[in-house]
Design a protein around this ligand. Structure first.
Ligand code: SAH
Ligand code: SF4
Ligand code: F3S
Length: 475
């Protein structure tokens, strides 16, 4: 392994936040073994692509990227190319057969093996490890923050998914669900706060089923003994533990599953000002027959009940959604049910897709992908247009109100403006004046678009910022 030490590693991530968080774990594992991460692809000795399989076009994008990389490899024969993440797990050694330039294939649970696999490649072999694990949570590894703004960070609280939604490849690429030791989660949040970070987002495919009891991760609360139940930490408790790291550390989480989100979580959010009033609550469809076919285990009424409960307990809660258009056998009427659910729910924003059949999933095995592509696309357009209308009008209602924004970075459009997000996770832009990155600023909203709020700072937020401190008193 000696000759590869101190070499430069370039990591590129695709897909969901969990993948981006995993890349930071990978960077940490590699750093321990003498590899430095670089933002310069051209100077890298190793290129890792952390991949996503969620839809066919996600994989297509990565294939195109690999074609580009072929050129680099021709110029630098020693360049090592590794495929990490969900596509590596899904395609396994097939990926090496199909993409000759790939030297390493590593699934999401095998990252501790990376230094060893790189050494094998260095000795002239190809290397693969796609073993999934029932225990691995990388619990004690401190991620190396990549491309960080120094203000916001992700913390993985669990891995895998046991839900088996019929359209979804994730249970196959990420394995069984397992929760991470809560003490390591709180420790990571504390270390981030001590390093100047102001916001953490707790990540899991289904955070509401997080569960840790005295002895370790276990899935089902009802299967625990009474004593274990008393000692267990569920998501509501975990959320409060992280919120208590500091009232000045904002806490977010994603993703919530409508079947699992509890009143306890909503009350924890209402109790703590630093837990953001924002929930990502994917519905996928607004029609009960389709939801059943998707194996989401709730129906339209249940979903609406959850939205009502959220609005009751947290009146100003932002809610966003994921929608899939044109799932197997979806009729025009059923599509209209999705539109009416969206209209009724008034989501602040949504992530919207048309159905893409994934090999090996329940839907691929059992149902015909029978909604023609042009119909899927047309339904998706209707869904997007409706959401844009709702977002525009919801944002418009915020004109004249004051929102608290955590300053994350310079606005992409102007170096005179700051960009941050309000509690409800909506991008907010305002002139910098004397404000600084990492501060909580109260902003009076003057103008809005479909995707953002634009306004003017009226001062530091008194709850989050100690405005009586002398150097801040001027603000
Ligand atoms: N765990 C999250 C979702 C993770 S995947 C949840 O349960 O909500 C992110 C989103 O991708 C999903 O919410 C879904 O809307 C979309 N998606 C997943 N599989 C898909 C497929 N086969 N075709 C189209 N969209 C899909
Ligand atoms: Fe996929 Fe469903 Fe698990 Fe989300 S909850 S990751 S959609 S199987
Ligand atoms: Fe994609 Fe894997 Fe995330 S399939 S969405 S990167 S869990």
């Amino acid at each position: 392994m000696g000759k590869i030490k101190n070499k430069q590693l370039y990591i590129e991530s695709y897909g969901c936040a969990m993948n981006f968080a995993d890349s930071e774990v990978v960077a940490s594992i590699m750093a321990e073994n003498g590899y430095t991460t670089t933002n310069e692809e051209s100077s890298a000795d190793i290129v890792f692509i952390n991949t996503c399989s969620i839809r066919d076009n996600a994989e297509q994008k990565i294939r195109n990227r690999l074609t580009q990389l072929r050129g680099n490899k021709k110029r630098n024969n020693d360049l090592i190319v590794g495929i990490l993440g969900c596509m590596a797990e899904r395609l396994k050694d097939k990926l090496m057969e199909e993409e000759k330039l790939v030297d390493i294939v590593v699934g999401p649970d095998a990252y501790r093996d990376l230094p060893h696999l790189v050494a094998e490649v260095d000795d002239g072999a190809k290397a693969i490890n796609v073993l999934l694990s029932l225990e691995e949570t990388y619990a004690e590894i401190t991620p190396t923050r990549l491309n960080s703004n120094g203000v916001t960070a992700f913390i993985s609280i669990m891995r895998g998914c046991d839900n088996m939604c019929s359209f979804c490849v994730v249970p196959f690429t990420r394995g069984r669900e397992r929760s991470r030791d809560p003490h390591t989660i709180v420790k990571e949040a504390q270390e981030l706060f001590d390093a100047g970070y102001k916001e953490v987002t707790l990540l899991g495919q289904n955070v509401d089923s997080y569960l840790w009891y005295g002895g370790g991760p276990k899935k089902e609360f009802k299967k625990l003994t009474e004593e274990e139940q008393a000692n267990s930490i569920d998501f509501a408790k975990l959320l409060e533990m992280v919120a208590q790291v500091s009232p000045k550390l904002r806490v977010r989480f994603s993703t919530s599953h409508p079947k699992d989100i509890t009143d306890d979580v909503l009350y924890a959010m209402a109790r703590h000002q630093n837990i953001c009033n924002y929930i990502h609550l994917p519905a996928q469809s607004g029609n009960s027959r389709i939801l059943e076919k998707m194996n989401r285990t709730y129906d339209r009424e249940w979903y609406m009940g959850k939205v009502e409960r959220i609005r009751e307990i947290i009146p100003d809660c932002g809610i966003s959604c994921d929608i899939i258009a044109g799932f197997c056998t979806e009729t025009e009427e059923e599509h209209k049910d999705t539109l009416s659910l969206m209209e009724w729910s008034q989501f602040d924003f949504s992530y919207m897709y048309y159905y893409s059949e994934r090999p090996g999933t329940l839907a691929a095995r059992k149902f015909a992908d029978d909604v023609p592509l042009d119909v899927k696309k047309r339904r998706l357009t209707e869904i997007i247009e409706l959401q844009n209308e709702v977002s525009r009008s919801k944002n418009k209602e915020r004109e004249g109100t004051v929102v608290t924004v955590l300053v994350e970075a310079e606005s992409k459009r102007s170096d005179q403006d700051w960009m941050g997000k309000c509690d409800q996770h909506i991008v907010t832009i305002f002139p910098k004046e004397h404000y600084q990155k990492g501060q909580y600023v109260d902003v009076l909203i003057e103008r809005t678009t479909t995707t953002s709020l634009i306004g003017k700072a009226i001062g530091l937020n008194p709850f989050f910022e100690d405005v009586t401190e002398p150097e801040k008193a001027l603000a």
